[in-house]
Design a binder for this molecule. Structure first.
Ligand code: ATP
Ligand code: MG
Length: 607
């Protein structure tokens, strides 16, 4: 696939990093650390199990509990009702040991899939790490899923254990329980306002408190093959039916390396990842990476609320914050003035992942927080961050940054004969590909071997995303292969059109698709939501079309604008362009199990 470049580099000034102060960045830009990088050296930073092998939970919890960090706060939980609970590494070691023992007492074997359907409560974190200790496989489900997506994923994943709450069980699992014949044990976590009714217990349904109380707080982790299965994560379903990506204990090495280089973790950091563990970000970075580094991990139970978020950053003295473009756009919508009312001086680094981060948002962050928001790129399959704007790097707004040490990324084009051409020329879009071999790479799609095999060609893993690399080695997201628009001989990535539109003050969010046209092939159509204080009108639509033409040129600018109240998002916060398109063309909507605000569904988290 040879394609012509569309407009490039958005036209924002590079944000230059001057002196960065204390602490110095873990990955300085002198090139020495990159040149010296070696996976074995990172592996050597971890312990390895006394019994042999490598176990994620040992590295994240037990090794700290056995040393000088035992009394350091590992988990700081903020309840939706403003309650606060704190767990040291020692506390976490004991609680996770109890859970591992409880699983063992229930006869749960190594390799068994333990599903978890919980809001962001402390028990979720204990269950995740206790499952890993047991050598079982942790499979998180987002708590706002309805019964069908839960049943579907548990069936694919052959879940034999489910940890959930009485309320979620009654509302979401009980209706499909007869279609889950493999489910042997349900462990219910009661809440103060969600007690376990006695009639629910028995017949494989257990009370969390009872099984935990009966279990010992000592647990010796058995030898763990680093290649054994640890995590089962379902993709976001943005482009179709979610796929179950399988990850192994070895991923710890990558989570550790990226905590160091991409998120710049330092001793004593207070880290807040806003993603829910139902998605890979919320597990790799919302649980594992900070604990692997022995720092303090903040967890907020509540959903997005701008004032609350700023309050958390201030009161918890967050130093490193990892969030998502959809949340940043919501903060932008509320306005920078709100942020100005808070003392955010402790913040040292802000990262973002999940979707392209519009250049406007990077610049807004720089003005609002005194530092750019650092976009980074990865996907469920990669298990951890691959391409990143690191703390010391100059930031080019709109770029995802450069491949991290240890990662080789390329831009490739598929040939008709089944081979690949590697595109070395700068600024030419193609499929983003990675050289396999990093530790957190997925080891398969559960029950979809053929789909997994198709993702590899000529020694590359094909990501399904389109990107280009500039002459300085920075990568720029163009779009998902499925979302690319072909209009009058141009290939247009929706991201650059959306980014241009949200530069207009009236536009809060934009989703762009191609609609079939007999002459041009496709025409660019944009769906936009408005910022507060703006009213939909034909005049505004014309103004936005004019704005698009000025920014992008007539070939790329949207020809049609539709002003809508909301765009369809996945529950993990991504714009679902395939749904905009299906609705526009009157086609079937396909899998909507991850659609946020699906009819009748409760609202999901902005993660
Ligand atoms: P599915 O594979 O089921 O369609 P999904 O790809 O959205 O869903 P995830 O693995 O959660 O599932 O998301 C990864 C994708 O998100 C990437 O392949 C990419 O398309 C997008 N993405 C993530 N981070 C970025 C980023 N920084 N810039 C641009 N796109 C990003
Ligand atoms: Mg994907």
């Amino acid at each position: 696939m040879a394609v012509t470049a569309t407009t490039t580099l958005f036209g924002f000034d590079v944000i230059r990093k001057g002196a960065l102060g204390d602490p110095p960045p873990n990955l300085p830009e002198d090139g020495a650390a990159r040149a010296a990088f070696d996976w074995d050296a990172v592996r050597a930073e971890l312990d390895g199990l006394p019994a042999g092998g490598l176990n994620l939970a040992h590295e994240a919890v037990d090794r700290h509990a056995a040393g000088p960090l035992a009394d350091r706060e590992a988990l700081r939980w903020l309840g939706a009702d403003d309650a606060q609970r704190s767990f040291t590494y020692r506390d976490l070691k004991r609680a996770t040991a109890r859970f591992a023992n409880a699983l063992e007492a229930l006869g749960v074997e190594r390799g068994t899939r333990v599903f978890c359907l919980l809001g962001r409560v402390p028990e979720l974190y204990v269950a995740a790490l206790g499952t890993l200790k047991r050598g079982a496989v942790f499979a998180p489900l987002f708590s706002a899923f309805g019964p069908e997506p839960i049943q579907q994923r548990m069936e694919i994943g052959e879940g034999r254990v489910l940890v959930t709450s009485p309320r979620l069980y009654r509302r979401k699992v009980a209706p499909v329980r007869d279609r889950l014949p493999g489910l042997e044990h349900v462990i219910l976590v009661p809440g103060t306002e969600d007690p376990i009714p006695g009639d629910l217990l028995g017949d494989g349904v257990h009370d969390w408190n009872a099984v935990m109380d009966a279990a010992s707080e000592d647990y010796t982790i058995a030898a763990t093959d680093p290649e054994s299965l640890a995590l089962l994560h379902f993709t976001s379903g943005t482009t179709g039916l979610p796929k179950g990506a399988m990850h192994v204990h070895q991923a710890a090495v990558h989570h550790y390396a990226t905590g160091l280089y991409a998120l710049d973790f330092h001793d004593h950091d207070v880290f807040w990842c806003t993603a829910d563990p139902g998605w890979v970000t919320g597990t790799s970075y919302g649980i594992l990476a900070p604990l692997l580094h022995g720092i303090t991990n903040v967890v907020d139970e509540a959903e997005f609320d701008a004032e609350r978020w700023y309050r958390i950053l201030q009161e918890q003295r967050v130093t490193v914050w990892y969030t998502a473009p959809t949340a940043v756009r919501m903060l932008m919508k509320v306005g920078a003035d709100v942020a100005k009312g808070y003392d955010l001086s402790r913040l040292r680094f802000i990262g973002s992942v999940g979707e392209p981060l519009n250049p406007e948002a990077v610049v807004w962050g720089n003005e609002t927080f005194g530092m750019p928001i650092h976009d980074n790129w990865w996907q469920t399959e990669t298990g951890g961050i691959m391409i990143a704007n690191t703390r010391a790097m100059d930031v080019k707004p709109g770029s995802m940054g450069r491949p991290l040490p240890g990662i080789t990324a390329g831009i490739v084009a598929k040939r008709d004969d089944g081979g690949l051409d590697v595109i070395d020329d700068p600024d030419v879009p193609g499929e983003l590909a990675l050289r396999p071999g990093w530790p957190s790479m997925f080891r398969g799609y559960l029950h979809r071997e053929e789909r997994y095999r198709q993702a590899f060609r000529d020694g590359w893993y094909l990501t399904g995303d389109l990107a280009k690399r500039d002459a300085d080695g920075y990568f720029w997201f163009v779009g998902r292969a499925d979302d690319l628009i072909k209009s009058a001989g141009h290939l247009i990535g929706p991201f650059e059109v959306e980014s241009a539109l949200i530069e207009h003050p009236a536009v809060a969010e934009a989703g762009v698709i191609g609609v079939p046209d007999p002459v041009a092939g496709e025409l660019v159509k944009a769906f936009v939501t408005l910022a507060p204080g703006y009213e939909a009108s034909d005049a505004l639509k014309l103004e936005l079309i004019g704005h698009g033409r000025k920014k992008l040129g007539p070939a790329v600018a949207p020809k049609m604008i539709e002003i809508v109240d909301a765009l369809p998002h996945t529950r993990s916060g991504k714009i679902m362009r395939r749904l905009l398109k299906a609705r526009e063309l009157g086609l079937p909507e396909g899998d909507t199990s991850t659609l946020e605000n699906a009819p009748g569904a409760p609202k999901g988290a902005a993660s």
